[in-house]
Write a protein that binds this ligand. Structure first.
Ligand code: URP
Ligand code: ZN
Ligand code: ZN
Length: 474
């Protein structure tokens, strides 16, 4: 029997902040309370530290083939980086190829993750090519522990589905307690705007944002919510970036619809001005980074619960994939943003951010008084567990929960840099940004993965975790 006793920490849940000890026995939280003792336990002094549940990020893309290359973090390097940032559970997207069954896609994603995973994880199933056989596969996802499907209303001629597909999948999913997630941008309009921009010789990264206006996102969010109403289905809108999309969600919620959404940490901090820099390709993601007033709308939305989760949409690429970087002592080189040098439409879409998420929400949300530390826990740990069928096994500090536990130093004074981060890419969008609080010890089911700068995680030790259907509507 393996026991760890974390003494004298300040425990933080979505509801409370309190002084207590926390006892872990065989990977599970066995007791919380004052002056605990346990024979044979390894004692860890957490005086001056905050003890939080492990973060949950429901939106990552490890090893995703995309934009003519592949996301540069795999399930080992991405999980390692996530853990260093205080995240102990990720949900990735098993993406159906054209003509493929959903179960074959899931098998392929198990093939990518089985031997590499270090934190626990699950998959959403991305539907890109619907027929009767594929529709008939959907109910089984609920009993197989993957009660979430994802559809794209953008990326025309690639991942985009039409309204009929979106509606049919959503209606079938809802009947089986499966939540539909949507990438809400109007791909048809974007396709026209991109072609016109290229024809006019507008090729720099800022045109990525100018050809994907907030109206394209607001319209698609509004349409998705309206179709969810007709399908009598719950809906979760991924990577919300702008006031127009927040307003569409808020309107649906005010009308009593079970519509929820997330933003991603980068949308609080970056704008079209970053795309105008000489290295603007670093910030090319979809939907694009927007404006200062959209950033304020997002902070309001996470505070007022119009959005329920802060994820990352971690989908990293090298800025210069023609040169090696060293990762754990090995040279690595993966084609990246240079593919779009001279044409913004060819820049692989996505950012490295899984490691920055919780420290930067703390730095710019909690430390500035925008949200409480309890709300950070709710947004980054507890709400995603509730919505995605993991609660109370994951997402909180409670007796019987998995001991996914993170000790945070609130006097850390960390500076993010590509030279020291753990994401497998050659740049950090938060290069030079300060984080006043950082994880110092990270436990996954009681196993110490991160101990200060030291890494103890073993590839393949992370577990695929079945989730419950009929997740909560928050
Ligand atoms: O730019 C992004 N977001 N890349 C990943 C794919 C997606 O749309 O989530
Ligand atoms: Zn997306
Ligand atoms: Zn994504």
């Amino acid at each position: 029997m393996k026991k760890t006793l974390i003494k004298n920490g300040t425990l933080v849940t979505a509801a409370d902040t309190f002084q207590a000890d926390l006892l872990i026995v065989d990977g599970v939280i066995a007791a919380l309370g004052r002056d605990l003792s346990a024979d044979g336990a390894e004692e860890v002094d957490a005086t001056g530290l905050y003890v939080l549940p492990g973060g949950i990020d429901v939106h990552t893309h490890f090893a995703l083939p995309f934009g003519g290359t592949v996301a540069s973090d795999d399930f080992y390097t991405g999980h390692r980086a996530a853990a260093f940032g205080g995240t102990t559970f990720c949900i990735d997207f098993a993406m159906q190829d054209k003509g493929e069954s959903l179960h074959s896609a899931v098998e392929r994603w198990h093939g990518k993750s089985n031997a590499k995973a270090v934190i626990d994880y699950s998959f959403h199933v991305g539907v890109t090519d619907l027929n009767d056989a594929v529709l008939a596969e959907i109910p089984a996802l609920a009993v197989e522990g993957m009660p979430t499907v994802k559809l794209f209303l953008a990326y025309k001629n690639k991942l985009q589905v039409d309204d009929a597909t979106f509606f049919s999948v959503m209606r079938t999913a809802a009947k089986h307690g499966i939540l539909t997630m949507v990438h809400a941008e109007n791909g048809d309009v974007i396709d026209i705007l991109v072609k016109e921009a290229i024809a006019a010789g507008h090729l720099t990264p800022e045109w990525h944002a100018l050809t994907r206006p907030d109206w394209a996102e607001g319209e698609a969010t509004n349409r998705a919510a309206a179709m969810a109403a007709m399908a009598e289905a719950p809906l979760y809108v991924v990577h919300v970036t702008c006031a127009k999309s927040v307003n569409a969600i808020a309107t649906a919620r005010a009308a009593g619809q079970p519509v929820m959404g997330e933003t991603c940490v980068q949308y609080f901090h970056f704008s079209i001005d970053n795309l105008r820099q000489p290295d603007g390709a670093k910030w090319v993601c979809s939907p694009p980074v927007r404006t200062a007033s959209d950033q304020e709308a997002l902070w309001r939305a996470v505070r007022d619960n119009d959005l329920q989760h802060i994820s990352t949409d971690h989908c990293p690429f090298f800025m210069d994939g023609t040169r090696d970087i060293m990762y754990e002592g090995q040279p690595v080189r993966i084609a990246g943003k240079e593919l779009g040098a001279g044409d913004f439409s060819k820049i692989p879409n996505g950012l490295p951010v899984v490691e920055n998420r919780m420290p930067m929400v703390w730095a710019t949300g909690v430390a500035t008084g925008r949200i409480s530390l309890n709300r950070l826990v709710e947004l980054c740990c507890t709400n995603p567990a509730r919505i995605f069928g993991l609660y109370p096994k994951k997402g909180t500090l409670a007796v019987g929960a998995d001991a996914d536990v993170v000790l945070w130093d609130p006097k850390a004074d960390h500076t993010f840099s590509a030279a020291t981060h753990h994401m497998r890419t050659d740049y950090d969008i938060y290069e030079g940004w300060k984080a006043p609080a950082m994880p110092v010890k990270v436990y996954r089911r009681g196993e110490l993965l991160v101990d200060g700068p030291a890494w103890h995680g073993k590839p393949g030790s992370g577990a695929f975790t079945a989730r419950k259907a009929h997740g909560e509507v928050l």
